[in-house]
Design a protein around this ligand. Structure first.
Ligand SMILES: Cc1cc2nc3c(=O)[nH]c(=O)nc-3n(C[C@H](O)[C@H](O)[C@H](O)COP(=O)(O)OP(=O)(O)OC[C@H]3O[C@@H](n4cnc5c(N)ncnc54)[C@H](O)[C@@H]3O)c2cc1C
Length: 455
């Protein structure tokens, strides 16, 4: 049986970069993926790089057309990407009646070319193919069709069982995504708070008639008993977009949310009138508070495996790379008798750059607004008095900060004109679990939390 320095579970953005970083430093790396082919994308994703016009996870992501690569300026990461790209020049949020809050105006940002983009749409399957080829060329041992079910750790090694095969390594990086089984079986979930699900359905569409084809668009449906959402992402293929319909609440019928946007609401239905769906996709996530310490017993978490909702493709790639480098340095430390610090540095990076700088409650505010502003009339009024445009933005944390500062500014006016709404907005300072209490209740006992998981 082959023994590796590092076993990586999951070949998404986090796992692929973890494997590349460690292999680049000379480690023997096994990458185990459940899907039969790494190159296929079987889960709904907007497939954009979040975000390209400000710092995200303390780094700046870029696409370099001349080298056909994606990189991170501060961390010095550069990875091949030979697929197509489509810059996205703004993010507009519509109320159901069509009142718009704009993060950037495309007529101003578009002329700036890539310097005016807030995000870049990529083809994620093409990214996977580029990274898989690169990993193979470097000598990462790739095993597909491997569903990891068991992890056993001892003082010097980790053994995993995947589809009746065992693999042993000095370390394991769990990059198995938002519903991470590794996090659960290794006991990382015991102190996490379960909030809700994030359920999505949708897919690729051709022929949408949008006000602007090259921006990100989202909206809210006041479906009962809980709201639904629509996100439209440009795709880097002619006349194509990815559309995602989402809800946090399992009682809300996603088909009804899709019907609302595609057929019932006159504004949005017009956008879909001549469109055809090319491929349907879905996703289902358990939303828990993030893992505070992403390391225990030779197992490191990277990417969504340890996060609340999503680190996004960029955060997942960065954390995967950092985790891969940390394991490489830890193996060097042990071989050369150097005092250990690499794993502690990774933990510090996770806690400073993710847990503290990107609070999960802030991220979740992107989905919680209609729980607070709970009528269409209130949302219309609110959107109509927010002086738009706000700064161009596709960063979920920064967007909430921009909105918050505008709200602060207009609060006296709201208090004077709509005191009941002002009172509702006061609920924004409540803990997330309080705001979405009924939705959490509707989700029932969460299977991801083990033992002492808080509800
Ligand atoms: C609707 C929606 C839209 C999104 N839009 C965007 C966007 O526009 N931009 C953006 O940056 N992010 C977006 N995201 C988030 C983004 O998809 C994730 O943050 C990112 O994919 C996380 O990468 P990861 O590598 O941590 O996990 P994943 O991409 O989930 O990869 C995990 C991998 O592990 C494998 N795996 C799981 N369990 C096992 C197991 N037991 N054994 C072996 N393998 C296993 C899975 O098959 C998968 O390949 C979106 C997410 C959703 C749901």
């Amino acid at each position: 049986m082959q023994t590796y320095d590092l076993i990586v579970v999951g070949a998404g953005p986090a796992g692929l970069l973890a494997a590349l970083a460690a292999r680049r430093a000379g480690l023997l790396v096994a990458l185990l993926e459940r899907k039969p082919s790494i190159d296929t994308l079987d889960r709904l994703c907007g497939q954009t790089l979040v975000s390209v016009n400000d710092y995200y996870f303390n780094d700046l992501v870029y696409y370099n057309n001349s080298t056909r690569s994606i990189g991170f300026v501060k961390s010095g990461i550069s990875i091949p990407y030979t697929g197509p790209v489509q810059p996205c020049y703004a993010w507009h949020i519509y109320s159901p009646d069509g009142v718009r809050v704009a993060f950037g105006m495309p007529e101003k940002t578009r002329p700036l070319g890539s310097n005016g983009a807030v995000g870049i749409a990529i083809d994620k399957a093409a990214l996977f193919a580029s990274l898989r080829e690169h990993a193979q060329a470097l000598g990462v041992a790739i095993f597909t069709g491997m569903d990891v079910t068991e992890v056993i750790t001892d003082a010097s090694s980790v053994t995993v069982t995947a589809s009746e095969t065992t693999f042993t390594g000095a370390y394991l990086i769990a990059a198995d995504g938002t519903n991470s089984r590794i996090a659960r079986v290794c006991g990382f979930n015991t102190d996490r708070t379960f909030y809700c699900y994030l359920l999505s359905s949708g897919g690729y569409f051709r022929g949408l008639r949008l006000p602007e084809p090259d921006i990100l668009i989202s909206s809210i449906a006041y479906t009962k008993p809980a709201p639904g959402f629509m996100f439209i992402f440009p795709r880097p293929h002619h006349n194509e977009h990815t559309v995602a319909f989402l809800t946090l609440d399992p009682r809300t019928d996603l088909a009804a949310v899709a019907r609302y946007f595609m057929q019932d609401n006159p504004l949005f239905a017009g956008w879909f009138k001549e469109a055809s769906m090319l491929r349907s996709l879905a996703s289902s996530q358990h939303i828990l508070s993030p893992v505070i310490n992403p390391y225990r017993n030779r197992v490191l978490l990277a990417g969504d495996a340890g996060s609340c909702q999503e680190l996004e493709n960029t955060g997942a790639m960065l954390s995967g790379w950092k985790a891969g480098c940390a394991v490489a340095a830890a193996v060097y430390e042990q071989h050369k008798g150097i005092a250990e610090q690499a794993i502690a540095d990774y933990i510090r990076w996770w806690q400073e750059i993710y847990i503290k700088a990107c609070p999960h409650e802030t991220y979740m505010m992107n989905f919680v607004l209609p729980y607070i502003v709970d009528t269409e009339a209130d949302l219309d009024y609110l959107f109509s008095i927010i002086e738009s445009p706000l700064p161009p933005c596709w960063n979920p944390y920064a967007a909430i900060a921009h909105l918050g500062s505008r709200l602060h500014h207009i609060m006296p006016r709201i208090a004077a004109e709509r005191p009941a709404l002002a009172q509702k907005l006061g609920r924004m300072s409540l803990p997330l679990s309080e705001i979405i209490r009924e939705t959490t209740k509707a989700c029932g006992q969460d299977v991801m939390a083990t033992g002492h998981g808080k509800k």
